[in-house]
Design a protein around this ligand. Structure first.
Ligand code: KMH
Ligand code: ZN
Length: 278
C-alpha cells in the first residue's frame, strides 16, 4: 500500500478571522502553522493569503514573500491557490503563477458555491493549464463535480500533460452546489478517473461535516487526503477546530490505522514530479 499524501489548506478565502480566531491570516501565523503541519505529516500546503485587514488578496508581492518564507522555513511543497475568492478577476488569478510556486490549483469548471458562483470558464482553464506548462508549475486539478473530470480528460487530450507529466487531482466534495461529500460520489469519481492517464493520483477533501466520511472513503479507495481550516472549522459536533495541525494529526492517524502512513515531502515530490530545488 502506498503512503498517504497529506495536503493542508490552512486558510482559504471564505472564513473571517473575527469568526474563526485560530485561522492563520498573517504571514507569521501561516509559517508557524505550516511548520506544525509538516511536523504532523503534511507534505503540501495549499495557500490563500490575506491582507493587513485579514481580507483575501492575490497581491503578487505578498504571494512572492509567502512562497519565499514557506520555502525558507519548511520543506513543504508550496501550492498557491489560483482560485482565490469568488470575487477575484481572471487576470489576478492568472498572475498568481508569477509568484513561482511549486504547484498551483486549477479548477476544472464553474460551480455554484453556496450563494455565489465560482467561475471557471473553459478558456480560462485552458490558459491556466498552458501557462503552468510553460512555467514548469505542477497543477492540482480541483474537481468540484463529476463533469469536471470529463473536462480534465478533454483538457489533457487537447493540450497535453502538465509539467512533469504526472496528473494529480483533488476532489473537493460537499460544497453546497457541487458534488456531495459521500462515499458514493467518491466512488463515481474513481470510476471516471479510469479515463485519465495511467498513474493519475487523487486526494479528496470533504467540506464541513463531510470531512471525516470523505477522508475514510478516500483512504479506502487508495486516495490521498487534503484537510485544513479552508474546508473544515468544526472538529466534531460543537467542537471548533483548534488548529490546522490538529486536522493534519487526525488525518495522519487515520492513515496509519489504514496502513497508509503520511508521505515524506521527498516521497511527495517524487510522486508529483516536482523537482527538489527551483
Ligand atoms: N475559494 C474558492 C472560491 C482553489 O483554491 O483553487 C476557490 C478555491 C479553489 O479555494
Ligand atoms: Zn483553495
Amino acid at each position: 500500500m502506498t503512503a498517504t499524501l497529506i495536503t493542508v489548506a490552512p486558510t482559504g478565502a471564505e472564513s473571517a478571522k473575527a469568526d474563526v480566531p485560530a485561522l492563520p491570516v498573517t504571514l507569521d501565523e501561516l509559517v508557524v502553522t505550516a511548520k506544525e503541519c509538516e511536523r504532523e505529516g503534511a507534505s503540501v500546503v495549499h495557500v490563500h493569503i490575506r491582507d493587513d485587514a485579514a481580507q483575501p488578496t492575490l497581491d503578487l508581492g505578498r504571494l512572492r514573500a509567502t512562497v519565499q518564507a514557506l520555502r525558507e522555513s519548511t520543506g513543504l511543497i508550496v501550492q498557491l491557490s489560483s482560485g482565490g475568492a469568488v470575487t477575484d478577476p481572471e487576470d489576478d488569478r492568472l498572475a498568481v503563477l508569477e509568484a513561482g510556486p511549486d504547484m498551483a490549483s486549477c479548477t476544472m469548471g464553474t460551480v455554484n458555491f453556496g450563494d455565489d458562483v465560482f467561475m471557471n470558464r473553459w478558456q480560462f482553464v485552458v490558459q491556466l493549464h498552458t501557462r503552468m506548462q510553460e512555467r514548469g508549475i505542477v497543477p492540482e486539478y480541483e474537481i468540484f463535480d463529476l463533469g469536471h473530470l470529463a473536462a480534465l480528460q478533454r483538457l489533457l487530450g487537447r493540450y497535453g500533460l502538465p509539467a512533469g507529466g504526472h496528473v494529480h487531482v483533488d476532489l473537493v466534495m460537499g460544497v453546497p452546489g457541487g458534488m456531495p461529500g459521500t462515499t458514493e460520489a467518491l466512488v463515481a469519481c474513481v470510476a471516471a478517473m479510469r479515463d485519465l492517464p495511467e498513474g493519475t493520483t487523487f486526494s479528496a477533501t470533504g467540506i464541513g461535516r463531510t470531512a471525516v466520511p470523505v477522508l475514510l472513503a478516500s483512504l479506502s479507495a487508495g486516495g490521498h487526503l487534503r484537510v485544513g481550516m479552508e474546508d473544515t472549522i468544526t472538529y466534531a459536533k460543537d467542537q471548533p477546530v483548534e488548529s490546522n495541525a490538529q486536522l493534519v494529526a487526525r488525518a495522519a492517524a487515520f492513515g496509519r490505522l489504514a496502513q497508509r502512513p503520511p508521505m515524506t515531502t521527498t516521497e511527495a515530490r517524487a510522486m508529483l514530479s516536482i523537482p527538489v530545488t527551483r
